[in-house]
Design a protein around this ligand. Structure first.
Ligand code: 13P
Ligand code: ZN
Length: 271
């Protein structure tokens, strides 16, 4: 059996959480990541018959029975994942009842998966229906995206349009736009269900006055989605209080989308 601390998926969790912390997106225990793993790959590192303990999830994830995820722990700080992955991360498998998680590794101090597991697993289910290659769901509190929530209308067409205007490549990176939810109580099945509903059409979902969710095929793709929104939000926050002299026009966004061959939300432009 190989040493799990050498596994690529553990290293990816370590470097991604470290980057998110370094960028100031994930203060204290803010943010969480879930990453669906390949069973064969996990079996190189862990005995899959050895369930350390079982933890009820409180919701039905029948579509994910048998699927294995590496997930950040609740109350754990992203800044600490690099030095102590085994305590701050856990590997869980959704049990045959669809409502229990089987702990295969991690959460060594008796902890458990993120309080946002409903939003994560429900989003995995929603994205997998649209894109069978989806693997990652990521939640974060990026500073400028959050700041923008307080001064910009929380309307998904207007919010997406403003972000698209802020960096030339935005419409190419997230042509499907950004879904927006109003402020809701976090850590609940209700916010999980609302997020998953948005994930049917968006890979990015803003949680009003809280943060953002991203979903993608790889850790890089998912991180890159949030990073691009955050960059656009930063440009917005640097300029929103000043007169706008220039802007990227809707006709130019169409040129971009057509040149790069992306299917974009035409209804989010004012053509
Ligand atoms: P957890 O510590 O439970 O992952 O919660 C952090 C968070 O960002 C809640 O939205
Ligand atoms: Zn949060």
């Amino acid at each position: 059996m190989k040493d799990i601390l050498t596994a690529k998926f553990v290293k990816e969790m370590q470097s991604t959480t470290a980057n998110m912390y370094r960028l100031g997106w994930d203060e204290r225990n803010g943010g969480n990541i879930s990453y669906m793993l390949d069973e064969k790959e996990v079996a190189e590192y862990l005995d899959l018959n050895n369930v350390i303990r079982t933890i009820p999830t409180g919701f039905d994830a029948t579509e994910l029975i048998g699927k294995i995820f590496i997930v950040t722990g609740t109350g754990k700080y992203f800044k600490n994942v690099m030095d102590d992955p085994e305590n701050n991360l856990g590997i869980i498998r959704i049990a045959a009842d669809g409502t229990t998680a089987e702990l295969l590794w991690g959460y060594t101090d008796g902890g458990k998966f993120t309080s946002e597991l409903p939003a994560h697993l429900m989003s995995h289910m929603a994205r997998l229906r649209v894109d069978p290659e989806n693997r990652v769901v990521m939640h974060s509190h990026p500073t400028n995206t959050l700041a923008m929530n307080y001064i910009h209308e929380l309307d998904e067409k207007k919010f997406t349009h403003t972000l698209w205007e802020m960096c030339t490549e935005c419409i190419v990176v997230f042509p499907d736009g950004v879904g927006v939810l109003p402020w809701m109580l976090c850590g609940t099945n209700e916010i999980g269900e609302a997020t998953a509903k948005k994930m049917e059409e968006f890979r990015l979902v803003v949680w009003g006055m809280h943060g953002i969710y991203g979903a993608g095929k790889t850790m890089d793709e998912t991180f890159g989605l949030i990073e691009t929104v955050e960059k656009a939000a930063q440009i917005y926050m640097l300029t929103a209080h000043m007169p706008r002299v220039n802007t990227i026009k809707d006709s130019e966004m169409v040129e971009l989308a057509e040149f790069f061959g992306v299917k974009y939300r035409k209804d989010f432009l004012n053509l």
